[in-house]
Design a protein around this ligand. Structure first.
Ligand code: G16
Length: 544
C-alpha cells in the first residue's frame, strides 16, 4: 500500500477530532456533515474486502428512514448480504482511527484477513436522493481509487437494487444481469407470469389500483423507470415523489408504522389499497382506511403472514418435504406470532433487530420467510429447494402440481432474495392478492393486531442499555428490567421492551396490550423508567 498517497488523500477527508461512530444496525448513520472521512475510509474497506473475498463488494450511500439531513453507508457482501459482523468491527476501527493511526489499523486488517494487496478489487457504488449523497459517494470513490481499486458507480439506485447487482455480478449472471434493466426485466417477467396464472386477475376495480407513498425518495424514480414493464392490469399511482417535499418528512414507511397514520401528501379514499416505501426503498407497509374513516395498518408481520399462507398452500400442493419457517424480531405483534404458530403451524424464530440477523437465521430453512414489523423483509429459498421446485415446474406430469411448482418458481424469481426490497415485496403482495382474489380488508382480517405503541427516548449515552434474549429483556442499567416487569403486570395481554437504536441516537420503546390506551400508557410509563434510570436528556417524556 502506498501510505504516502493514502496520507495525502486522507488529509482531504479529515476526521473531525474526537468523533467516534459505530457500524450499527445498518452501517454508519449520523448527520451528513460528519461523514466525509467515513465514506472515504469505507472506500478503503470495500477494496480490502473485495481483495479478501476475491469478489465484488457494494457500498450504498444512504441513511434510509432517517431525516434528510442525515446520511449513512451500508456495505454489501459478495452474496448481496449485509457486511459480515467481523468486518463491521474493522469498519468501526477504520472510521474512528485518528489520522496517525490509519496506517496501523489498515495493516492490521490486512494481516488478520490475509489480504493479498496485488489482487484486483471491484466495488459497486450506489446512492439515494439525499442532497449530500452525491458528494459523499465521491468520497467513497476517492478512497477506492487511492488503494488502486476499480469501481462502477450505479448512481441513484435503491439499496436493494445495489444488493441485487452485487449478487448478480458475483454469481456470473446466474441470479440475473448486474444492471438495473436486468433487475426490472427479471422481476417484471416473473410478476407477469404469476398474474397470468390468476383465474381472475382482480375481483374488482379497486384491486387494480395501488397508491404508493414514495417517502420523497429514490423509490419514486425507480418505480417510474419500472412502470412501463408492468402489465396493464396493475395501475400504480405515485405520491411523495420527491419533487415537492423533504425526504421522509411526514411520510414514508417508518412514519406510517410509528405514527399508525396515513402519510401526508396522499389522498386516501375508503377501502383504497395504499402502501408506503421508506427513503431507500427497502421497506414497505400497506394500509387503508375504512368507511368509518379508521386507519388500518398492514405491517411487516401481516405481509409475512400473507406470504406464508400463499407459500404453504403451494408447498402442500407440490408435496415436497420442504421446511418453512418465519423469522421475526421482538417488535412482531403478539397476534402475528400466535397466528403463525397456532393456526398455521409454522415455526417462528425471534432474533435481534436488523435484517442481517433475520437473513442469517432464515438461511437455515428450505423456505425462510423473514420480516421485521417495520416492513423490512424477504423470503429465502435454499439451493436444494430451488432445484426441486425448478425441476417440478418443468418435468412434473400432474397438472396441478406442475402449476403450483411454476408459481413457486415465479415467486422465487420475483422476490429479491438478497435483502428486503420494497419494490419486489410490493409485486409479490400484489400478485398474491390477485391470485387469491383477496381485498386489502380481507387480508387485514387474517388476524387482529394487539394494540401497540412505539416511542423514542433521548438519553446521554444509549449504550448504557444492555439487552439479552433477542432484545426482549434488558441487563443494564440495574433495576430497569424489574421496573418494566412491574409495569407490564398492570395491564392485560401486555408486553414491553426497550433497546438502543442502531440507526438513531435514541432508545426505542415498544409496548403492546389489550387496549390502545393501555398500550399507550404502558409505553409512556416504560419511557419514563428509561428516562430516569438510563440518563434521559431534556424534558421527561410526555403521555401519548
Ligand atoms: C435499518 C435496518 C432495519 C432496522 C431499522 C431500525 O432499516 O436495516 O433492520 O429495523 O434500521 O433499526 P434500529 O431500531 O436499530 O434503529 P433502514 O430501513 O433504516 O435501513
Amino acid at each position: 500500500m502506498d501510505f504516502e498517497a493514502i496520507k495525502k488523500s486522507s488529509a482531504l477527508h479529515p476526521k473531525p477530532a474526537g468523533l467516534t461512530l459505530q457500524y450499527g444496525t445498518a452501517g454508519f448513520r449520523t448527520k451528513a456533515e460528519r461523514l466525509d472521512h467515513v465514506m472515504f475510509r469505507m472506500g478503503f474497506l470495500a477494496v480490502l474486502r473485495s481483495r479478501a473475498t476475491a469478489s465484488t463488494i457494494g457500498v450504498m450511500v444512504t441513511a434510509s428512514h432517517n431525516p434528510e439531513e442525515d446520511n449513512g453507508v451500508k456495505l454489501i457482501d459478495p452474496h448481496g448480504e449485509m457486511l459480515h459482523p467481523s468486518w463491521e468491527e474493522y469498519a468501526t476501527q477504520l472510521a474512528n482511527a485518528e489520522e496517525q493511526e490509519l496506517q496501523k489499523v489498515m495493516t492490521e486488517i490486512c494481516q488478520k484477513e490475509e489480504v493479498n494487496l496485488h489482487k484486483d478489487a471491484l466495488v459497486f457504488i450506489g446512492r439515494d436522493t439525499r442532497p449530500s449523497s452525491k458528494k459523499l459517494s465521491q468520497s467513497v470513490i476517492d478512497g477506492i481509487s487511492v488503494l488502486g481499486g476499480q469501481y462502477h458507480d450505479y448512481g441513484l439506485v435503491t439499496t436493494p437494487q445495489l444488493h441485487y447487482v452485487v449478487f448478480c455480478q458475483n454469481t456470473q449472471g446466474q441470479y440475473g444481469k448486474a444492471t438495473l434493466e436486468g433487475y426490472y426485466q427479471k422481476l417484471s417477467k416473473a410478476f407477469v407470469e404469476l398474474i397470468k396464472q390468476a383465474n381472475s386477475p382482480s375481483s374488482g376495480d379497486s384491486q387494480r389500483h395501488l397508491k404508493i407513498d414514495c417517502a420523497n425518495g429514490i423509490g419514486a424514480l425507480k418505480l417510474m423507470e419500472m412502470q412501463h414493464y408492468f402489465p396493464k392490469e396493475v395501475q400504480i399511482h405515485l405520491y411523495n415523489d420527491g419533487t415537492k417535499e423533504k425526504l421522509n418528512h411526514l411520510c414514508g414507511a417508518d412514519y406510517v408504522k410509528v405514527h399508525q397514520t396515513s402519510p401526508g401528501g396522499l389522498d386516501m379514499k375508503p377501502n383504497e389499497r395504499c402502501c408506503s416505501l421508506d427513503g431507500d426503498a427497502d421497506r414497505i407497509v400497506y394500509y387503508y382506511k375504512d368507511t368509518a374513516d379508521h386507519f388500518h395498518l398492514i405491517d411487516g408481520d401481516k405481509i409475512a403472514t400473507l406470504i406464508c399462507i400463499f407459500l404453504k398452500e403451494l408447498l402442500v400442493k407440490v408435496e415436497q418435504a420442504l421446511k418453512m419457517a418465519v423469522v421475526q424480531t421482538a417488535y412482531a405483534n403478539g397476534s402475528s406470532t400466535r397466528y403463525l404458530e397456532e393456526t398455521m403451524k409454522v415455526p417462528v424464530h425471534c432474533v435481534k433487530t436488523g435484517v442481517k440477523h433475520l437473513h442469517h437465521k432464515a438461511q437455515e430453512f428450505d423456505v425462510g420467510v423473514y420480516f421485521e414489523a417495520n416492513g423490512h423483509g424477504t423470503v429465502l429459498f435454499s439451493k436444494a429447494a430451488e432445484i426441486k421446485i425448478r425441476h417440478l415446474a418443468k418435468e412434473e406430469k400432474d397438472d396441478e402440481r406442475r402449476e403450483a411448482a411454476k408459481m413457486l418458481e415465479n415467486m422465487m424469481d420475483l422476490i429479491n432474495q438478497t435483502v428486503g426490497d420494497a419494490i419486489s415485496d410490493m409485486l409479490v403482495i400484489e400478485a398474491i392478492l390477485a391470485l387469491k382474489g383477496l381485498t386489502v380488508q380481507q387480508w387485514d382480517a387474517i388476524y387482529t393486531d394487539l394494540p401497540n405503541r412505539l416511542l423514542k427516548v433521548q438519553v446521554a449515552d444509549r449504550q448504557v442499555i444492555g439487552t439479552t434474549d433477542a432484545e426482549r429483556r434488558v441487563v443494564a442499567p440495574p433495576g430497569l428490567q424489574e421496573k418494566i416487569d412491574a409495569l407490564v403486570q398492570k395491564y392485560k395481554s401486555s408486553r414491553a421492551f426497550v433497546r438502543p437504536s442502531g440507526t438513531e441516537d435514541i432508545v426505542r420503546i415498544y409496548a403492546e396490550a389489550d387496549k390502545q390506551e393501555n398500550a399507550d400508557a404502558l409505553a409512556h410509563e416504560v419511557s419514563l423508567a428509561v428516562y430516569h434510570l438510563a440518563g434521559g436528556v431534556g424534558a421527561p417524556p410526555q403521555p401519548v
